[in-house]
Structure formats: structure tokens, C-alpha cells
Design a protein around this ligand. Structure first.
Ligand SMILES: Cc1cc2nc3c(=O)[nH]c(=O)nc-3n(C[C@H](O)[C@H](O)[C@H](O)COP(=O)(O)OP(=O)(O)OC[C@H]3O[C@@H](n4cnc5c(N)ncnc54)[C@H](O)[C@@H]3O)c2cc1C
Length: 620
């Protein structure tokens, strides 16, 4: 069944059905403004489009927890959370946004609980909380238990709960529709809609909308070793770039220290929070040497770099499955955790180790290596969720365009995100964007205000024009390789994504320098991008044609890689997750600034919002 107003006009289209998109949809439908409209007999037209069935969104893989200073197990305060967030982001954090994040975190978690999230409990029935790296009491004095959790399946709980609430609230979904274009009006100042491809029917739709919210998740698939699911190809970010917008701080990618060798699958930080210890080839618990005090629970970039340093110093270990292979892992030793306790609080971690490594964490040490985990940068938004452009002097909002969740950058994570802060970001700022959306919808609902003559069914209509161009593109892709003898004829998007991932990993993973960036940029320009442009599908049916969508996805990755390399190249310092071996120091004088990079351009720099916490030296 097609959505109700597909040939018509929507009040809002939300692209993405993870924590951010679903939180936004719920916030719209639950707002007082929309309730009032409904009382007046006006039904707002809101559509959530997702390339996956919503319950397959990556939010469902989040394991460890969601951060909030509930103070249920020990004293905690939002100001400490705020401080940790700013410090963890290596001071590249907009402090007004981070203060909101910390302040409204308890309310966000309690609302999730009321909606049905089955958090783990303390003995007296409160939401249980555990330690997570970088979260401290009393402005860095000692670790604090701040992450609310549901065993090690908190994302699964949150995703299912939000989805059920959305279904209950009557949210309209277009499932397994792939958004291929973000369309702005001709002067690029206002959103006009999106183009979406229904993968079941093989039909392309021009979807007109007064408001569009992008909540398409991260871009871990840029790297060969990643904890991210296959769908995280940075689509929303690439769509924004193609529409002429910038990405903010896109050079900052968090590598989670404990990806299971050689799958990249994440072993939650909870494994270390519960007592797991990293060891080198000599069996030494080396983190105490790099981060006295915090040791294995130091910030993720510190742990990832320490692992790399051990490997570079020849103290790495090989994956036992490939004993003659590279010694590019270290051990995660969980044998000190009581077996029953491990089963109770880390069921997912132990199952992953048993299933994919064939090891038993109760008795065996487990090989791990850093894995691309989280994209700190993204589509620039204000705290109201509205996307903006930066012209070198000030922000210019794009009317009706919103973003939330991992594809966005409200700049609460700065140069490095703390564990538990991204589910919080997605739920909290997703809700915030939904509230702003509700205000805009209530001001002029389509059903009352009618449809602007200049926005639909017009020969120059930008959404219809973009949809027509996309139909031509699809026809060309489905026509197959022009010449079957062409040596590229059997190239495919999966092989290209693997090659791109290897190039990006070599160039940027955990550390980089000017030559590594330049080599990757050359390969991208001379080899990978031309290959992406030449790709054609090998099957001509438009329905359920996964190669077709994979071609769009790898093209998105290629676009994103170009901008990520440009931003990494321009930042001549090391900060947070970005470790430039040729510029090892943080340079606040020149680079206490957000990079704002459009496709094919040098970044512009936007000052960081410092409110009440001047940058401090790193101390861990
Ligand atoms: C293994 C793992 C563990 C994690 N653990 C934690 C944790 O313990 N705590 C924490 O705070 N964070 C954790 N994170 C991070 C956190 O889960 C994510 O940042 C967050 O869930 C992102 O939510 P989102 O709504 O932005 O995106 P997602 O949940 O990734 O959803 C993206 C949505 O966009 C849709 N979409 C994408 N492209 C298109 C397109 N072209 N057309 C249509 N639809 C599209 C998809 O269908 C999907 O519905 C973890 C991440 C991973 C990978």
C-alpha cells in the first residue's frame, strides 16, 4: 500500500527510522499544537521513510547504555556530565548544546522508561547504572556510574519501544523505500522535498514536503573494519553534500577500541566496565601505563591509540583463527569476571565471542582491534534541529530542513564522543527537532493552507525535475554495462566498497598524516570515483534490486570520503579522535574551530561556542 499523500504534499517527511527519526515522529504527533489541529479536524500529513524495515535500524545494535546523571546508584550531577562531555570532545564541543544534552538527559531516560524501555534495575527497583569511559564525578575526580542500561541490549529495547509507540500513535511509514535525492528550491534556501525509490515496486516517487528531517545514521562503512551495520553508508550526509550543503567536523571518526578481530563487530565497552582488561603479547595490562587512573576505561581515542602503539611496538597478537596472519590485535581478558555475572550482564558480548570467534570469554583471552564506530561530524544543525549553512561569518538556516541523530552535528560530541552520549543525542535532539517541526506544521498545515501552486505539478517543480532525472539514472543503471567486453563490466558496488574501505582504513584509521591523506585522495580521484561512475547493475529488474541501491550507497561513500579527506587534510593539529602524526599537538589558537566542508571545497572554519569552560590541557 502506498502512503496516503504520495502524489500530493506532506507537512513533514522524516528520513530514517532509528532512535532519532522515531523520536522526532513521536514528538510531532504528541505535541500540543498537533493535538489542537486534530481537535479542529485537521490531520497533519507526516511520513517516515526508511530504507530498512524500522526495527533493523542500527540503533537496535547499541549495547552498553544511555548516559544520564540520574544518580540512582551514586551521587551524580548534570554539570559533571556536561564537563565530561566537553572534555571528552577535546573542547571542540558547542557548550550551549552540551549543557542541554546533560541537563535534559535524566528527563529523556525517564520518558523512555515511561514509554516502555525495560531498563535493568537496582535491588530497590530504580533504573540501574554502570560505568562508561570518560564519565566522572566531581569534574574528573573519579569514575561514576552514569550509563542506564538494559543488560547489553539497550538499543534493541529503545528501538522496539519507540517503534511500538509510533505504530500506536498512527505514524505512517514507507518501509524499504530508499531516498535518493534531497531537493531544495532553486535558490537553495528552502526545502522542497525528496525523491524516494520504492524497492518493492521499483517505482520512483517525487515526495513534496514543507519540512524534511534527515535521520539517516552514521557512515562507518567508509572503513573496512567497522562495527556499523551494512546500511550505514552516510546517505543523509551525502544527500546534503549533493544539495550543496556543508558537513561539520567530518574528519572526526571514533574508533572503538574493541572490535572483534577480524570482523569489526563491537564488543561493548561494558565488557571493560564489568572488569575486562586489555593485554599485550606479553600479557601486560598496558592501559595503566598510558592512562593511569582511568586505565581500560579511558576515553576511546586514548584506548584505540594505545592499542595501535602496542601493535606498532611489536607487542600485538595475531587472531588465533589466523595464527600466521598480521599481529594487529591485542587481547581482551574477561576471565576475571564471574561467569554467572558475565551471563547476566554481558549476554550479547559473550554470545558474539562464542559465535564469531569460537572462544569462551570465561576461559579464553579474545583478540580485538580498533573498529570504526561513530561519525562525530555530520550535517550542521542548531539545538532546534534546523540545518544551516556557514558563510564564514554567520549561520544561515535552510528553511524547513532538519537533521537529527548520528547523521547530524549539533556539536555535542566535538572531536570525540563519550559512550552512552549518542543514543542520548539521537533521542533528545530528535525530540527537540520534532517539537520545532510541530511548531512549523501548526503554523500552516498543508490540509488548511493548501498546496503552494509553485511547489507541485509545475513544469519547473524542482522535486518533479529531480525525480525525472533519477528515473533516467535508474534506466541507465538497469540497462547494464554498455559493453560486455569492457574490463569494468563485472565490477560491482560490493567490491568497490571493500576497496574504498581498505583505502580509507590505510589513510585515516586511528592515525594519519599528510602523505597518507594525499595517497588516498589520489586513489579516490583517479581510480575509485571513476569506477563508481561506471558501475552498472547486472540484473535489469527494478524490483528488489539490491545492486541498484548498493550502487547509490557506494557513490555516497565516495562523495563522503572526498570531503572527509579534505577536512582531515586541512586540520593541522591532533585533537580527539583525529591523530595527525605530523601535527601531534592540539592547536587551540588556529583550530579551536569547526570545519565546515562542502563537496570539492576547502573547509571554512566556525568558532566553537565556549560558554563557561575554557579549554584545558589533556590530562589522561
Ligand atoms: C554496535 C554499536 C553499538 C552502539 N552502542 C551504543 C551505546 O551503547 N550507547 C550509545 O549511546 N550509542 C551506541 N551506539 C551508537 C548509536 O547506536 C547510534 O549513534 C544511534 O543509534 C544512531 O541513531 P540514528 O537514529 O541516528 O540512526 P540509525 O539507528 O542508524 O537509523 C538510520 C535510519 O536511516 C534510514 N536510512 C538511511 N539511509 C536512508 C535512505 N537513503 N533512505 C531511507 N532511509 C534511510 C535507515 O533505514 C534507518 O532507519 C552504538 C552503535 C553501534 C554501531
Amino acid at each position: 500500500m502506498s502512503p496516503k499523500h504520495i502524489e500530493d504534499m506532506y507537512d513533514a517527511v522524516i528520513v530514517g527510522a532509528g532512535a532519532a527519526g522515531l523520536s522526532a515522529a513521536l514528538a510531532v504527533l504528541r505535541s500540543a499544537q498537533i493535538a489542537r489541529l486534530r481537535d479542529e479536524g485537521v490531520d497533519p500529513r507526516i511520513l517516515v521513510i526508511s530504507k530498512l524495515q524500522p526495527l533493523r535500524s542500527h540503533t537496535g545494535s547499541a549495547e552498553g547504555g544511555i548516559a544520564a546523571s540520574l544518580g540512582n546508584v551514586e551521587q551524580d550531577e548534570w554539570r559533571w556530565h556536561y564537563y565530561d562531555t566537553v572534555k571528552g570532545g577535546d573542547w571542540l564541543v558547542d557548550q550551549d548544546a552540551a549543557a542541554l544534552l546533560a541537563q535534559y538527559a535524566p528527563e529523556t531516560v525517564i520518558n523512555l522508561e515511561r514509554d516502555g524501555v525495560a531498563f535493568s534495575r537496582t535491588g530497590d527497583g530504580h533504573i540501574a547504572q554502570r560505568r562508561f569511559g570518560g564519565h566522572t564525578r566531581d569534574f574528573g575526580a573519579e569514575p561514576v556510574r552514569r550509563a542506564a542500561y538494559a543488560a547489553d541490549r539497550v538499543g534493541h529495547q529503545i528501538l522496539h519501544t519507540l517503534w511500538q509507540q509510533c505504530v500506536g500513535a498512527g505514524v505512517e511509514f514507507a518501509e524499504e523505500w530508499h531516498v535518493t535525492d534531497l531537493v531544495l528550491d532553486s535558490d537553495g534556501e528552502r526545502v522542497a522535498g525528496v525523491v524516494a525509490f520504492d524497492t518493492h515496486k521499483g517505482v520512483t516517487h517525487a515526495v513534496h514536503a514543507r519540512n524534511v528531517l534527515l535521520a539517516t545514521g552514521g557512515a562507518g562503512r567508509l572503513f573496512h573494519t567497522t562495527s556499523n551495520s551494512w546500511d550505514l553508508t552516510g546517505d543523509g550526509m551525502a544527500l546534503a553534500l549533493t544539495a550543496g550543503l556543508q558537513l561539520e567536523d567530518i574528519e572526526f571518526v571514533q574508533f572503538h577500541p574493541t572490535g572483534l578481530a577480524h570482523t569489526g563487530i563491537l564488543l561493548s565497552e561494558a565488557a571493560r566496565a564489568e572488569g575486562g582488561v586489555l593485554r599485550n603479547a606479553d600479557g601486560e595490562a598496558f592501559m595503566e601505563r598510558y592512562a593511569p587512573g582511568h586505565a581500560d576505561l579511558a576515553a576511546r581515542d586514548v584506548v584505540s591509540r594505545s592499542i595501535r602503539a602496542e601493535i606498532d611496538a611489536g607487542r600485538g597478537v595475531a587472531d588465533p583463527k589466523d595464527p600466521d596472519g598480521p599481529r594487529d590485535c591485542v587481547w581482551l581478558d574477561m576471565t576475571g569476571i564471574d561467569a554467572d555475572h558475565m551471563e547476566a550482564v554481558l549476554p550479547q558480548v559473550s554470545e558474539t565471542i562464542r559465535k564469531y570467534a569460537g572462544l569462551d570469554p570465561v576461559h579464553d583471552w579474545v583478540p580485538v582491534k580498533p573498529t570504526a564506530h561513530y561519525t562525530m561530524g555530520g550535517i550542521p544543525i542548531g539545538t532546534d534541529g534546523v540545518v544551516y549553512r556557514w558563510d564564514g561569518e554567520e549561520r544561515h538556516p535552510v528553511e524547513g530542513l532538519f537533521a537529527a541523530g548520528e547523521c547530524s552535528c549539533v556539536s555535542v560530541h566535538g572531536a570525540n564522543r563519550l559512550g552512552g552520549n549518542s543514543l542520548l543525542d539521537a533521542c533528545l535532539f530528535g525530540t527537540q527537532a520534532g517539537r520545532t517541526l510541530a511548531d512549523r506544521i501548526a503554523d500552516a498545515p498543508v490540509a488548511v493552507a493548501g498546496i503552494d501552486a509553485d511547489m507541485t505539478s509545475d513544469a519547473d517543480d524542482p522535486v518533479d525535475t529531480a525525480a525525472a532525472a533519477r528515473r533516467d539514472d535508474i534506466a541507465a543503471l538497469l540497462a547494464g554495462p554498455a559493453d560486455a567486453d569492457d574490463p569494468d563490466a563485472d565490477d560491482n558496488p560490493y567490491r568497490l566498497a571493500a576497496d574504498l574501505g581498505a583505502v580509507m582504513e590505510q589513510a585515516l584509521a586511528v592515525r594519519c598524516d599528510a602523505p597518507s591523506i594525499a595517497r588516498a585522495a589520489d586513489e579516490l580521484r583517479d581510480e575509485l570515483r571513476p569506477r563508481a561512475e561506471r558501475l552498472r547493475a547486472h540484473e535489469s529488474a527494478p524490483t528488489f534490486n539490491q545492486e541498484l541501491t548498493a550502487i547509490w550507497e557506494v557513490r555516497h561513500l565516495v562523495d563522503l570520503a572526498g570531503v572527509m579527506l579534505a577536512a582531515s587534510d586541512a586540520r593541522h593539529e591532533s585533537r580527539g579522535s583525529l591523530c595527525r602524526t605530523d601535527f601531534p599537538e592540539r592547536d587551540d589558537e588556529r583550530f579551536l574551530a569547526h570545519s565546515m566542508t562542502a563537496a570539492g571545497e576547502e573547509p571554512l572554519w566556525q568558532p566553537v561556542h565556549i560558554v563557561d569552560m575554557p579549554p584545558q590541557e589533556r590530562s589522561y
